[in-house]
Design a protein around this ligand. Structure first.
Ligand code: BGC
Length: 930
């Protein structure tokens, strides 16, 4: 039996002791008769993951408990090899015993050596502040992946379908998908059957006529020369006695299909960046009741052919000819004697690893709001919002009828879909009918960004249910809620969620519709904190940071996008490359994740060296590609200013991260570097009156937010920023980089009211402008579209995405300042509730499902009475900022604050009272200046 005692750090223990003392002081509603409950168990951020190949996986859970001031004082994790053993108390893998700590996440497994492909079952129980023990949690499980290369028996197999010989710029090469099958027989009782599958390309895995798993575009996008992820599926229940058939369909995908703007700008290569021919590899490991094992692995003995899918490309779309489909090809009883032997491809150089992120899944089904016929035989379905995904077609008609499906985000004035902004992405699916009854079809290996679906060639007049929109995404945007007294802002929030969902698609893409869909790093760094409020992005960014690390240039810069399949001179850019430092820091802040910091640390150091090398007297020039404050309006901030300010910010974040992982010397030297950059920066860019030499909104915002202002000039800089915004009619002049930082800097320096004015602005340029012009998503440009037809002709049609999350980075301000939900430490154990209450807005209410559970904040003003409702999850504490120094006017519930025994007033400063609370629900009210 593997047994080990959890090591406890004594400094942490004393801090924890103080924590408990504080809580016993606060504790009035301690409900020992209501023990805590541990729930939401995860391993490596995933629920019951099916393949983990991390040697020491990390556990997490949340705790809940009635009443206030509830704290976990200890936990016990137990792990067993079977569910039965776990239930029977035979914890043959790991038993932490009673570990005295309030930690509930980032807990490293430290038991017996975990075995390749094995399944483990675990549960946890916790003790509360009164040392009362909870029930065991609902059991959870995880499986280890294929840990040893020698365990792989499958070969990469495909089918030679010829090759393209035309001019790569003049015509598309869209080869058919390859179909692979293998019949095998099972005549013993199966105990467990697990499939491990992957592809160079994209694949769908099938067993006995059904798709295995609910995911799309597997195995995901990586730099396949460095790593190829595999998936694992429990297929025990799908195996039958007698003949079984395993099948795989494989197509080009990111591996060998068209990627990004390569065709548009005529790069040397336009497709096939990692290889020319897709192939599948997999094996089903069948464990029989009698203890024997059998492996059905992809190899020469499989059969290969073509089938219904005639074309399949992520950017270009899919063509399915149902007259060519091999009915029943993936089920027993199919005659495959005409099928060929597969072609065997060599193993990739990249290592085979378990997928660490979240796979693309169906997230929503949309039925059309309307169907119109702008031209005879051309039908346009409006799905009501701009998503990424596919459309499902329902049709009945004659064999050979060809239905064409085009996708678009907006309509031309004649009512047909506008496709100019898709540039070289053909984004067209075609379905050729078999003629057999009702046919239901959805493409497998493509996706589109769209609100409108335009169908031609449909036999007869389609009903509204001829098309169903299927929104696909890697993430569920269900971690936040937001509602304010301004309906426009509520629509803006909904647009932010829609656009995040559409673009958190394997990698954080810039947009889902045109010939780009790349993991642009500038967009990702500016939005990553916003993203973390709307969804649990821990696993998603764990995966993307590997992509980013893999894509780091040999000389130290992080690239413009990751994965980075191109080889071009313009490989990096200020504020884009900085994603390599900014995203890990945010993951550390939001999830308390130091492992991700350790993983990225050597690369981040190399990046800092690259910057030091490029700098003169601590100032990093623009360098690389120069997009500046991309899509700024009227004002341009110099690239050198942007370069140096981000360099300073990186140094500051590096100092913090170095300290977090115990690299203390580095922490000191990065702090020194930050101070030196700050001095040099101030000398070059900040004038004695507090103005920057650039005098642009973005220049103030970056310098203030990154902490580069000399202390005595910072307020003057903020005043000037505010003045510039006001002189501009309470509007921005900023682009991707400046916008959110204007909000954050103004909020920090006492300009809450102005933030609310910007937030609620509806004139161009503003968020409201897109909402009043009918947007259902966040646009790439402040003025991507207007309802006024006279102004539309001047818009940039080709470079105009209607699904670009970058400007949605206002979500960071909405949650940190609008609702006031932030973390005081890392990982939301010590929470700050500090809403920037303003007479400019009547109310705001919202929530955030943090790694420790649900945090709620809602404020409302009625006359001069302010109510602030707060919920803080068990095992956390919060500092609540109430905007008045008149303690006597503050009540919590019905009790005056100064008579309240369960709360602690920490500080009363100028116009603010800071109150410390433990978990629970609170309702504060006070008289507030109007
Ligand atoms: C993308 C952006 C990206 C930019 C770089 C664009 O084409 O859509 O979102 O950051 O290029 O300036």
């Amino acid at each position: 039996m593997g047994f080990s005692i959890v090591q406890r750090d004594t400094t942490k223990r004393s801090v924890f002791f103080i924590y408990l003392v504080i809580f016993s002081f606060l504790s009035v509603a301690n409900t020992t008769e209501n023990p805590l409950t541990a729930y939401d168990l995860k391993v490596e951020y995933l629920e019951n993951p099916s393949a983990i190949d991390v040697e020491h996986p990390r556990f997490s859970w949340k705790v809940r408990g009635e009443g206030r001031n509830r704290v976990q004082s200890a936990y016990q994790i137990v792990v067993a090899t079977t569910r039965e053993k776990l239930a029977a108390g035979d914890w043959d893998v790991w038993d932490t015993g009673k570990a005295v700590t309030n930690q509930t996440n980032q807990i490293e497994y430290n038991g017996a050596l975990l075995e390749s492909k094995a399944e483990y079952h675990w549960k946890v129980r916790v003790w509360d502040e009164g040392d009362i023990r909870s029930e065991w949690s609902v059991p959870a499980k995880w499986s280890m992946g294929v840990l040893h290369f020698s365990d792989w028996e499958g070969l990469f197999i495909g089918l030679d379908v010829g090759q393209f010989e035309g001019n790569k710029y003049d015509s598309l090469y869209l080869p058919p998908a390859r179909y692979l099958r293998k019949s095998f027989s099972v005549d013993k009782k199966v105990k467990r059957a697990t499939a491990y599958t992957t592809a160079l390309g994209v694949y769908e895995f099938r067993l006995n006529g059904a798709k295995v798993g609910d995911y799309y575009l597997l195995p995901g996008w990586t730099d396949y020369n460095k790593r190829v992820y595999y998936q694992s599926f429990d297929v025990t229940d799908m195996i039958t006695t007698g003949e079984n058939v395993v099948g795989a369909v494989v197509a080009d995908g990111w591996y060998s299909g068209y990627i990004g703007y390569a065709l548009l700008v005529r790069l040397d290569k336009v497709r096939g960046f990692y290889g020319e021919n897709p192939s599948f590899m997999g094996q089903i490991v069948i464990e029989y009741e009698d203890g024997s094992e059998e492996v059905i692995a992809s190899n020469k003995s499989w059969k290969a052919s073509q089938g219904g899918i005639r074309e399949a490309d992520i950017l270009m779309g899919e063509t399915y000819d149902a007259t060519q489909q091999n009915e029943g090809w993936d089920a027993p009883g199919f005659e495959d004697s005409l099928w060929m032997s597969p072609k065997v491809y060599t193993y990739p150089n990249g290592r085979l690893q378990a997928y660490p992120g979240e796979l693309i899944e169906e997230r929503e089904r949309l039925t059309p709001l309307s169907v119109k016929e702008p031209k005879p035989g051309t039908y346009v379905f409006d799905l009501g919002k701009n998503i990424a995904g596919i459309a499902e077609l329902k049709v009945r008609g004659q064999k050979g009828t060809k239905v064409k499906i085009k996708y678009g985000e907006i309509l031309n004035s004649d009512g047909t879909v506008l496709t100019e902004n898709l540039r070289m992405a053909r984004a067209t699916d075609t379905y050729i009918l078999s003629g057999q009854g009702e046919e239901l079809w959805q493409p497998k290996f493509t996706y589109h960004g769209f609100q409108y679906v335009q169908v031609t060639g449909y036999p007869g007049e389609p009903d509204a249910d001829a098309i169903t929109g299927i929104a696909l995404s890697s993430i569920a945007t269900d971690a936040s809620t937001f509602k304010s007294s301004n309906g426009m802002n509520n629509q803006l929030y909904s647009n932010i969620l829609t656009t995040q969902s559409a673009n958190f698609f394997e990698v954080p893409t810039d947009c889902p519709q045109r010939d780009e869909r790349l993991g642009w790093t500038g967009d990702a760094q500016t939005y990553c904190r916003s993203a973390s409020y709307n969804a649990d992005v821990s696993a998603f960014f764990t995966k993307f940071l590997v992509d980013l690390d893999d894509a780091q240039r040999w000389y130290g810069a992080y690239p413009n996008f990751a994965p980075f399949p191109y080889s071009r001179p313009d490989q990096y850019a200020p504020a884009w490359m900085d994603a390599g430092v900014i995203i890990p820091w945010n993951m550390y802040k939001v999830y308390g994740d130091t492992r991700i910091v350790e993983r990225m640390y050597p690369g981040m150091k190399k990046f800092m060296d690259f910057q030091a090398d490029a700098s003169t007297d601590y100032l990093r020039p623009g360098g690389g590609n120069n997009w500046g404050d991309w899509l700024a309006v009227d004002e341009q901030t110099s690239h050198d200013f942007i370069g140096s300010s981000y360099y300073g910010y990186d140094a500051k974040l590096m100092a913090e991260m170095a300290e977090a992982i115990g690299e203390n010397e580095d922490a000191v030297s990065y702090m020194n570097l930050f101070n030196n950059i700050k001095k040099a920066f101030a000398k070059k860019y900040i004038l004695e009156n507090g103005y920057t030499t650039e005098d642009t909104q973005t220049s103030y915002a970056l310098a203030l937010y990154f902490g580069l202002y000399p202390h005595d000039l910072a307020q003057k800089g903020a005043d000037r920023l505010a003045e510039k915004v006001i002189n501009n009619g309470n509007k921005f002049s900023t682009g991707f980089l400046g916008t959110k930082h204007v909000m954050l800097a103004l909020a920090q320096y006492g300009y809450a009211d102005l933030c609310f004015k910007l937030f609620q602005q509806t004139e161009y340029p503003s968020w409201g402008y897109s909402v009043v012009n009918g947007s259902t998503s966040i646009w790439e440009r402040w003025n991507s579209y207007t309802k006024n037809p006279d102004e539309n002709s001047s818009l940039n049609a080709a470079m105009n995405s209607f699904s670009h999350y970058a400007f949605g980075s206002v979500a960071e301000w909405m949650f940190i300042h609008g609702l006031g939900i932030d973390t005081n430490d890392e990982g939301f154990r010590n929470i700050i509730i500090k809403p920037a209450i303003s007479k400019e807005m009547g109310s705001m209410v919202g929530s955030y499902e943090s790694i420790n559970g649900l945090i709620e904040s809602g404020w409302e003003m009625k006359g001069n009475r302010l109510t602030l409702n707060v919920t803080v999850p068990a095992n956390t504490r919060a500092e609540v900022y109430i905007p008045t120094s008149k303690i006597a006017s503050i009540k919590e519930g019905k009790t005056k604050l100064n008579k309240h025994e369960g709360l602690k007033i920490l500080e009363v400063i100028e116009d603010e009272a800071v109150v410390e609370i433990g978990s629970g629900k609170y309702s504060f009210s006070c008289t507030w200046k109007q």
